[in-house]
Design a protein around this ligand. Structure first.
Ligand code: SOE
Length: 385
């Protein structure tokens, strides 16, 4: 059967633009897809760096106005990989133009925007997806299979941390991720969103939360040059940090399990330490992104003298996605999670299904993010519905 080409229009060419470009190129090379991505147009504000990115990542054309991009007849899918404040306007306009819309996480900067985005894709009846890539690590997908098989029994605890330290230096400049008008929130929406998504995938929906958001460094040097998370050039003038540096919360799941969540950019020494532990009546699982090919598993049903955490190396052909790469033991990396997300999403679209996770997942995630912010402000437990 002839392969259908899905012409991608990507808005954004920094870190996520790079990761997504790689995923669109690699997915059809390593997965047998009926619908194959075509790197049609990459969009950004500055033509010079944009052309360089197009050349480097292999995009056919460039566009400096996203409004023109979403109206182009020769583009089928809009990928929103911009700072958070542009997610809603671009995704809504893309949906209204009948495009499939794939968006980076978190879905939006506010709950209201997330609702508008979900409504826009639902009303337009267009496919929609959300780049919660850590669902697509083979070890995470294996954890999902094991939990769904009942291997852990009744789940009591979900315990997750997402620890970074890239702004622990108070002289790090005031980049867009540190301003509410652009990012919506700080570590909370940026990386708590990831562990909330994993919690929803592996344990279930969160019923209520009690949290606290903290900003340790209240002012930073304003940027004299480009607004780039990678640092840019600091000026002498100081500006206010208007988002959280760290966000922690307790959660009660609808199924009665308890959760603890910690997201911070001040865990000095931790670079991208995304770790979860799940404890159930029959055993426990531990995943650590910095050892992403491994899943630690403890079974309470092992013979007593043999009980202990075993390390499953999720690189065998029997493990999710691994048959498409290398022989067992030849590990894969961060970028492969995006390739798996793209392959999975396009495979679903080819079958007339919607990708997962999608904007409904994004809205449910945003409800949790919003409830934690309201809990922190009111110093009380808040329901997420
Ligand atoms: C910055 O915290 C960041 O790039 C996040 O935005 C990504 O979602 C995460 O995967 C890595 O860190």
């Amino acid at each position: 059967m002839a392969k259908r080409k899905v012409r991608i229009g990507l808005v954004g060419y920094q870190f996520m633009g790079k990761a997504h470009s790689n995923a669109y190129r690699q997915a059809p090379r390593f997965f047998d897809l009926d619908w194959e991505p075509e790197l049609a147009v990459i969009c950004g504000r500055s033509e010079g760096p944009l052309r360089a990115a197009a050349e480097k990542f292999g995009w056919a054309e460039v566009e400096t106005d996203w409004r023109r991009l979403v109206e182009r007849e020769d583009v089928d899918l809009i990928d929103v990989s911009t700072p958070g404040h542009m997610h809603a306007p671009i995704a809504i306009a893309a949906a209204q133009n009948g495009k499939a819309v794939w968006c980076e996480k978190p879905l939006a900067n506010t709950l209201d925007e997330a609702m508008q985005m979900r409504d826009a894709v639902a009303n337009a009846k267009v496919p929609h997806a959300l780049f919660h890539n850590y669902r697509f690590a083979p070890a995470t997908a294996l954890a999902k299979k094991m939990i769904d098989n009942g291997d852990l029994g009744r789940i009591y605890h979900f315990r997750a941390v997402y620890l970074q330290d890239w702004i622990a230096d108070p002289n790090f400049p005031l980049v867009w991720r540190l301003e509410k008008q652009f990012a919506g929130s700080g570590a909370h929406g940026d990386i708590n969103a990831h562990i909330i998504d994993l919690a929803r995938l592996l344990v279930g929906e969160i019923a209520e939360v009690s949290g606290h958001l903290e900003t340790f460094v209240k002012q930073r040097p304003k940027l004299a040059a480009v607004d780039d998370r990678l640092g840019g050039v600091a000026s002498k003038e100081m500006g206010d940090v208007t988002v959280d540096d760290a966000a922690m919360f307790l959660a009660r799941f609808q199924n009665g399990a308890l959760g603890t969540f910690e997201a911070t950019r001040f865990a000095v020494g931790r670079k991208n330490h995304n770790r979860f532990e799940i404890n159930g009546s029959k055993g426990s699982l531990v995943f650590n992104l910095e050892r992403m090919n491994e899943l630690e598993y403890y079974s309470a049903e092992d013979p007593e003298d043999l009980r202990g955490f075993r390390c499953i190396q999720a690189t065998d052909a029997s493990h999710p996605y691994c048959a498409n790469w290398w022989p067992v033991g030849h590990i894969i990396g961060y970028e492969h999670t995006f390739v798996h997300l793209v392959a999975d999403g396009l495979s679903k679209m080819a079958k007339g299904e919607n990708p997962s996770p999608d904007f409904e997942d994004g809205l449910r995630n945003q409800r949790v993010l919003d409830a934690v912010e309201r809990s922190s402000a009111s110093r009380s437990w808040i329901g997420t519905c």
